[in-house]
Design a protein around this ligand. Structure first.
Ligand SMILES: Cc1cc2nc3c(=O)[nH]c(=O)nc-3n(C[C@H](O)[C@H](O)[C@H](O)COP(=O)(O)OP(=O)(O)OC[C@H]3O[C@@H](n4cnc5c(N)ncnc54)[C@H](O)[C@@H]3O)c2cc1C
Length: 324
């Protein structure tokens, strides 16, 4: 049977919502292969997390757990060992999860340890589980079939709807303990980002600024708009490289991939590498003083003008709309 094993991530014992698109992708692969959906929970003490996710169902038949103190805090090295041991114990044919920063790190290592193929950033599942992924910064799509006893995938979170809880509860099965080595890595400190805003990759509204904002101080106007709309703040790489805002706000090929309902790009030219991270957004609004800026080619609504003139007007309109 071509069972599909999804590696899950938790935050303080709660399943991360970023896992849900990866589950949907895995379910589509399992349906195309005629296999079952299985989950894997790696933790120092995975029992409570596994029970919670098992009772939520999600169409999975079994939630496998593997306990090892080396799994916390996360290191790609130890998780890769855990995933390899789980694949051997469960005979999973396909292994993957959402392309989160952790799984982008751990799954390729596990694939390499098993000498297996990996399809990264999957955007669609076709007949016979042929997986589609973008190449050349999204300029082309590649359909990839993988042979071999086991293959790996990461799913692009913006391309699959979040899996919904429901259906029969899954069984929970503890896998035998396995060695997991951090290979000398010691996590010295984890500094969590403090923000009242939604995570960039999960927000329904994203407001991003580019190099044309000139300096970090000017992002305050974008932050005001972001908070009025209940969204997340983003930026182009030129803006993060210039130190206007933190690097973790970067949207694009080498940053976060987002697909909100509304993406507002202010003073961003629309380089192909930026578009690769946001062109899946449902509605794109662009503000740019250059009417030839490429961002207008993907924008649903374009405003040609300087942000200094246009943002105050937009803020007033949003405030008025919210007031009544
Ligand atoms: C391998 C690789 C990976 C990359 N990955 C990424 C990535 O992940 N994300 C990313 O964003 N980039 C990425 N880049 C960089 C990318 O190529 C562009 O350099 C970058 O996106 C440009 O950022 P920008 O649009 O803010 O700046 P610019 O291209 O300089 O554009 C600034 C825009 O602001 C407008 N403007 C200026 N002043 C005003 C004003 N007062 N009011 C209104 N508009 C104004 C200008 O007309 C212009 O269109 C990558 C590049 C490479 C080579």
């Amino acid at each position: 049977m071509s069972n599909v094993l999804v590696v899950l991530e938790f935050s303080d014992g709660t399943l991360k919502s970023s896992c849900l698109p990866g589950i949907t992708c895995a379910k589509q692969i399992a349906d195309a292969n005629g296999g079952e959906l299985h989950f894997l929970v790696l933790a120092a003490d995975p029992a409570a997390s596994a029970e919670a996710v098992a009772s939520a169902g999600f169409g999975a038949s079994t939630v496998h757990t593997m306990a090892n103190p080396a799994f916390e805090p996360f290191t790609a090295e130890a998780w890769a060992d855990g995933i390899v041991a789980a694949v051997r114990a469960t005979n999973a044919a396909v292994v993957g999860g959402t392309a989160s920063s952790s799984l982008r790190d751990a799954l390729p290592r596990a694939a390499a340890l098993l000498d297996a193929a990996l399809t990264s950033e999957v955007t669609a599942v076709g007949a016979e589980a042929v997986l589609t992924r973008p190449i050349s910064a999204g300029r082309a799509l590649l359909d990839q079939a993988s042979s071999g006893a086991v293959s790996f995938f990461t799913a692009r979170g913006s391309e699959f709807p979040p899996a919904e809880a429901g259906g029969a509860a899954a069984a929970v099965a503890a896998l035998p303990p396995a060695d997991a080595s951090t290979r000398g890595v010691t996590v010295v400190d984890v500094q969590k980002t403090q923000s009242s805003r939604p995570a960039l990759s999960e927000a329904e509204v994203v407001v991003s600024g580019g190099r044309g904002m000139r300096e970090g101080e000017n992002f305050k106007m974008l932050e005001e708009l972001t908070d009025l709309l209940g969204g997340a703040l983003g930026a182009s790489r030129a803006a993060t490289d210039a130190g206007m805002v933190p690097a973790d706000l970067q949207v694009g090929q080498t940053g976060k991939i987002v697909a909100p309902d509304l993406y507002i790009a202010v003073a961003i030219s629309g380089a192909i590498q930026h578009l690769a991270g946001m062109k899946g957004s449902k509605t794109i609004v662009a503000v740019n003083k250059d009417e030839e800026a490429p961002i207008f080619q993907v924008a649903d609504y374009g405003l040609v003008g300087k942000w200094e003139d246009e943002l105050p007007k937009i803020l007033e309109l949003v405030k008025a709309a919210k007031a009544g």
